[in-house]
Design a protein around this ligand. Structure first.
Ligand code: CA
Ligand code: CA
Length: 309
């Protein structure tokens, strides 16, 4: 009887196992909200392999039409993924990628979710790590966006304080008799970089001219308060979902998050005054439309034209 030595069989089996015993990171369903009121991505990643994957990067790459400029990348780090485990990322804000340096994102034509772009994790299948979606061009006023990156970290602004970010001035006022503070924080799953965490305070942008539209990234771990054109609407609101669809001071509100998760809060209508407050409310990336200085420049220009002989 002709039998292979046992050691040869074991070696062959081990070689086979070494090939298949690897993690396999893969992108699942990808949903990119890219419109005037919201710029965010939701997606599911999965480790389809039979070994756990160590830490890796996730890139959301925005590509421009004609690909003239450098790629615009939002990077997120994952601590790792066990075999068979899924990572569900919801409403990851891309709003901070809007900037004058990339024409405020007006030429963006596509987005791609790329898992492990630096190839830190050896995988059994390296071909399923990227998924691209087409996007329609949008027009978002990003020239005046309060990103709160200019504020000193860990500072607590007690009421009444005055701050400025992105050319917009804000007042921080007490919400109720307890006082409270607005704290500069970072590394939360809402917005990007630094943000403002409102604990028992109002945040009030100073509107020198009425605006048609205000939007920002937010997450509320408790009741939220709004006061638009002097009206509190049906507030206080138990959570973000309760705000969605309401009318406050003649202004319609829409919120993309449910419960305490991060999302985009948008307010559309003739807005003369605006206040947002909360017990534990994180806000970032506030945009105002039309931008107040822009509005002033435009009316100034038309005045010059009108005076020409
Ligand atoms: Ca893979
Ligand atoms: Ca920020």
């Amino acid at each position: 009887m002709n039998r292979k030595p046992l050691s040869m069989v074991v070696a062959a089996a081990l070689a086979l196992l070494a090939g298949s015993c690897k993690p396999d990171l893969a992108t699942g369903k990808v949903d990119v909200n890219w419109n005037n009121s919201e710029q965010s991505a939701s997606f599911v990643l999965e480790n389809k392999g039979n070994l756990s994957a160590a830490a890796f990067d996730i890139h959301i790459v925005l590509t421009e039409a004609g690909a003239s400029g450098p790629e615009i990348v939002c990077a997120v780090r994952s601590g790792g993924l066990a075999a068979g485990e899924k990572l569900d990322i919801r409403n990851l804000s891309l709003r901070h990628l809007l900037g004058e340096e990339n024409d405020c994102g007006r030429r963006i034509a596509g987005a791609a979710i790329v898992v492990d772009p630096r190839n830190e994790v050896p995988e059994s299948d390296e071909s399923n790590n990227r998924q691209a979606v087409n996007l329609f061009p949008i027009s978002v006023p990003c020239e005046e966006m309060a990103r709160f990156e200019n504020l000193d970290a860990q500072i607590e602004y007690a009421p009444v304080s005055h701050i400025a970010s992105g050319g917009v001035r804000f007042a921080i006022e007490a919400l109720g008799p307890e006082g409270g503070a607005a704290t500069v924080r970072r590394n939360l799953s809402v917005g990007h970089g630094q943000l403002l965490c409102l604990n028992n305070v109002w945040l009030q942008p100073k509107l020198y001219t009425p605006v048609r539209y205000i939007a920002f990234d937010a997450a509320a771990a408790g009741p939220a308060y709004l006061e638009i054109n002097g009206d509190a609407g049906p507030g206080p609101f138990n959570d973000a979902a309760a705000i969605d669809g309401s009318t406050i001071g003649g202004v319609s509100a829409s919120v993309s998050s449910d419960g305490a998760g991060p999302g985009s809060w948008c307010f559309e209508g003739e807005i003369y005054s605006f206040k947002v407050g909360g017990r534990e409310l994180a806000v970032d990336n506030m945009v105002f439309w039309p931008p107040q200085t822009k509005n002033y420049e435009t009316s100034n220009r038309s005045l010059i034209r009108a005076n020409r002989p």
